[in-house]
Design a protein around this ligand. Structure first.
Ligand SMILES: Nc1ncnc2c1ncn2[C@@H]1O[C@H](COP(=O)(O)OP(=O)(O)O)[C@@H](O)[C@H]1O
Ligand SMILES: [Mg+2]
Length: 249
């Protein structure tokens, strides 16, 4: 098991945001965690990547109140909850946060190189860059362009590509479809599928159930901070209660 989360619970100032979430990702899988706005998807990714811990320490005693986390997160068999965010990234758990934010003043190429800052091997970095460019040819075309001038879809591609450049063993992607037109989304999800086919293990967090289910191996449905169902796409879609109550299909 590459990632195993056990009973992860997070509360922000007494409001329970995540309630005993357990989730697993095996090597090579593409797992989606779907749920509506406010379900707790982003909080989940921020919790496993050490960012809620960061909030907890930095926001302590401020108007945000007390942040509590409990449960356990194992990555490659090693317990990682309690580690800080940069340490977790170094272990190979990559995070492409919500609302694509490449460094806007930097060019596409500079952003990609920034993603690879932990990679000391120049040849490997070049090889990864070639992979990125074959997967996202538009980024090659826009190589010298300042990132702020990219379209929404291109910025999202760049954000994912930048995370890929850090050579994660597990890449967590937070709502890549947000704010994109249907055709752009379709295209982007096609690329995510190609990343999976290259052997990358992916945890995809999404509101768009149809798109996520079309490429995932397994899924978890999150509702009000709880996992309410899990399983293969077809199995969940065929379940009347799940479909009507949680998928809005
Ligand atoms: N820093 C925070 N302080 C207080 N409440 C928060 C904080 N971050 C998220 N929440 C609350 O947690 C819930 C889940 O938010 P979020 O994880 O962003 O959901 P999603 O990504 O599924 O839309 C929301 O009700 C949100 O208001
Ligand atoms: Mg979110």
């Amino acid at each position: 098991m590459l990632l195993a989360v056990e009973k992860l619970t997070v509360s922000y100032d007494k409001a329970l945001i995540l309630n005993e979430i357990s989730l697993k990702v095996e090597e090579g899988e593409l797992v989606s965690l779907v749920g509506p706005n406010g379900a707790g998807k982003t909080t989940f990714l921020r919790a496993i990547t050490g960012l809620v811990k960061w909030d907890q320490e930095v926001l302590k005693g401020t108007r945000y109140g007390d942040i509590l986390i409990s449960g356990a997160v194992y990555f490659k068999g090693e317990r990682i909850d309690g580690l800080n965010a940069p340490h977790i990234v170094k272990k190979g758990l990559g995070h492409c946060p919500e609302r694509r934010r490449p460094f806007s003043e930097m060019t596409v190429l500079e952003n990609l190189k920034a993603g690879a800052h932990l990679q000391r091997d120049r040849e490997k970095m070049k090889k990864n860059l070639e992979t990125v460019y074959s997967l996202f040819p538009i980024l090659k075309e826009r190589e010298k362009q300042v990132s702020a001038t990219l379209s929404g879809g291109e910025q999202q591609m760049l954000a994912i590509a930048r995370a890929f450049m850090s050579e994660p063993q597990l890449l967590c992607i937070d709502e890549p479809s947000i704010g994109l037109a249907p055709r752009v989304k379709q295209d982007l999800f096609g690329r995510i599928k190609e990343l999976k086919e290259l052997g990358l293990t992916i945890l995809l967090v999404e509101q768009d159930v149809n798109l996520s289910f079309s490429l995932s191996d397994r899924n978890y449905i999150l509702s009000h901070g709880r996992i309410v169902a899990e399983g293969y796409s077809q199995e969940l879609i065929n379940d009347d209660t799940v479909r009507k109550s949680y998928l809005g299909l």
